[in-house]
Design a protein around this ligand. Structure first.
Ligand code: ATP
Ligand code: MG
Length: 580
């Protein structure tokens, strides 16, 4: 039985992807047999919703495994008891699958929780102590900080550094058994207080913290530090290439040191995993810190984690971005070792490239004014509605059948855009003005005769005469030449829809760079809700269906709020890069 979740092992896809330094390393290691097959991991901490930066990491780790016939582990790095929740675990699994990846490979599930390794981590710590590689430090946090030194001054040894392994072991067990208060002491690796790399100046590896863990409950009152836990997780899972962001580069010597010690002690098997660093994604006008995104949610600046303005995966999804677009985006930005900013338009270009051949077309009038065809009843018959069609996809992808055409009607009254009429036409204006003819797209040619206004001079209706025998798709259609075709929706079958128009959430291209207060650059006009009229095929859309509203851009039926009775659309992006 073919398994949809199975990662293909014949991986020819790799040959078609642009190369990068990570692919070069992996290809070298596979060719030299340094590793028999690739094993990567995606290791989020379940303390929030994933964002576009994580999407880069997911596409990278799962994508490399797919391309080279390897496996990518889905691992929750849940070693920090305070901030982690089941809600986040579920949303992360959902995000990875929605992006098009899975953790089943070769008939096996590769879903892991770092907290399942707490017993092993504890034993590893005892082993380090026994071999003189770790000690319990009872200095206060202030003393520890002062004695760590800095870039110019070496650190000073703790007075507790020379305790015997037996003393340290007894103390560490007391820590585990709850004898000491939170923060009273920590276990530190014993490496080199004079190392030029401050991360090697006896880093803390275990701390006392009385907190209930979402997986292990109250079993532990000591928890491993991330820098200690992560290499062990990688090694236990036999990860070959551990890919992380650049800020971990200075941690790599400790990563290697720790695994060497544990291999020496016989606790882990060689070869150890290798860590490689790549630049994290920085996207203009976007913040990618879970903590700051949580502030936006908790302080009510957005409606929730899935607010369509949020750069979270749930937000992007609700806004109308597709998994294919995000994968394409990740491929195009590539991976490098140098930090840089990616322009937001790169994401929108990937979306348009994905949707151009897929999203069905539809007409919507966003700023409606009524157009009355004053001669309709005389030439077409009183109350007559004429059936019209337009293709759902004007250019279906090669080899694919065209989807069923859209059906709608035209009658005496239609909605048009207010901007498509001018009483006095500016130079070059080709749309409706008295005496000018235009085509109602997919319908008839009409000739403008004037307008009606209210007491304040505001235009309440545009008037025109339908030109008989000019219906699109009929033999007479081209007999009358026009310079413009405008979009419209019939009053008879158009449906009122709530349309949410989004702008950037921030006005500053780098809202939180250099310690800036990102809340200071929140865009006060990042959402505008209007009532539009849409053609019937749009009102009938399934939630989450994507469309190209002709002339306006890409829109999605809101996955939470859209119903055929009350259609709701989110604007994803315009047809061109319209940001100014
Ligand atoms: P945050 O600071 O927002 O909490 P994080 O890096 O702490 O993000 P984790 O859950 O620890 O989030 O990250 C899981 C994985 O996603 C890590 O391997 C991390 O390197 C990667 N990641 C997070 N943010 C980005 C980003 N902006 N670009 C690329 N990868 C990222
Ligand atoms: Mg983190």
């Amino acid at each position: 039985m073919p398994d949809a979740n199975k990662i293909p092992t014949d991986g020819p896809a790799a040959e078609h992807k642009p190369s990068n330094f990570l692919r070069a390393i992996i290809e070298r290691d596979l060719a030299q047999g340094t590793c028999a097959s690739l094993r990567t991991r995606f290791p989020p901490e379940p303390n929030g919703y994933l964002h576009i930066g994580h999407a880069k990491s997911i596409c990278l780790n799962f994508g490399l495994a797919r391309d080279y016939g390897g496996v990518c582990h889905m691992r929750f790095d849940d070693t920090n008891p305070e901030k982690e929740e089941k809600e986040y675990v579920d949303s992360i699994l959902d995000a990875v699958q929605w992006l098009g990846f899975g953790w089943e490979a070769h008939g096996q599930s590769h879903l892991y929780y770092a907290s399942d390794y707490f017993d092993f981590m504890y034993r590893a710590a005892e082993s380090l102590i026994a071999h003189g590689h770790a000690y319990v430090d009872e200095q206060t946090p202030e003393e520890m900080r002062a004695n760590r030194g800095d870039f110019v001054h070496p650190g000073k040894d703790s007075p507790f550094r020379s305790r015997t392994p037996a003393e340290n072991l007894a103390r560490f067990r007391e820590m585990r058994d709850g004898v000491h208060a939170d923060g009273a002491m920590v276990l530190r690796a014993r490496i080199d207080m004079a190392s030029p790399n401050i991360n090697l100046r006896d880093p803390a590896i275990y701390r006392i913290r009385r907190a209930t863990h979402h997986n292990t409950g109250d079993t532990w009152c000591i928890y491993p530090m991330y820098t200690f836990a992560h290499p062990i997780e990688d090694a236990l899972e036999k990860i070959t290439h551990s890919l992380c962001t650049l800020e971990f580069e200075d941690q790599r010597p400790f990563y290697d040191w720790l695994l060497e010690r544990l291999i020496e002690a016989g606790l882990l098997e060689a070869p150890a995993p290798r860590q490689y660093e790549f630049a994290r994604l920085n996207l203009t006008y976007v913040i990618t810190s879970k903590r700051k995104l949580a502030q936006l949610v908790n302080e009510g600046f957005v409606s929730g984690w899935d607010d369509p303005r949020m750069p979270t995966i749930v937000g992007l999804r609700r806004r109308g971005y597709t998994p294919a677009a995000l994968q394409l985006f990740a491929e195009r930005i590539g991976v490098t070792k140098a930090d840089s900013w990616i322009d937001y338009s790169t994401l929108d270009i990937a979306l348009r490239d994905d949707l151009e051949g897929k999203a069905h077309r539809g007409m919507a009038v966003l700023d409606p004014v009524k157009l009355v065809l004053t001669n309709w009843d005389d030439v077409m018959g009183a109350g007559h509605l004429e059936a019209c069609t337009l293709p759902a996809l004007p250019h279906p992808p090669e080899g694919q059948p065209a989807p069923a055409a859209r059906q709608f009607v035209i009658g005496r009254e239609v909605w048009i855009e207010r901007e498509d009429f001018e009483e006095v036409a500016p130079k070059g204006y080709k749309r409706l003005f008295p005496g000018n003819k235009v085509r109602l797209k997919g319908g008839y040619v009409v000739e403008c005769t004037g307008c009606e206004k209210d007491a304040d001079g505001r235009i309440t209706a545009v008037l025109a005469a339908v030109v008989p025998d000019t219906k699109s798709g009929t033999p007479g259609a081209d007999a009358v030449k026009v310079k413009a075709a405008i979009t419209w929706v019939s009053v008879a079958d158009g449906v009122a829809a709530e349309v949410r128009l989004y702008d950037r959430l921030f006005t500053d291209p780098q809202p939180d760079a250099g310690g800036k207060d990102f809340k200071a650059s929140l865009n006060p006009a990042s959402i505008r809700t209007i009532t539009a009229y849409v053609e019937p095929s749009l009102a009938q859309a399934a939630p989450d269906a994507k469309f190209q509203f002709e002339r306006f851009g890409y829109f999605v039926a809101d996955r939470r709020d859209h119903t055929p009775e009350h259609p709701v659309f989110n604007k994803t992006t315009g047809l061109k890069d319209g940001w100014k």
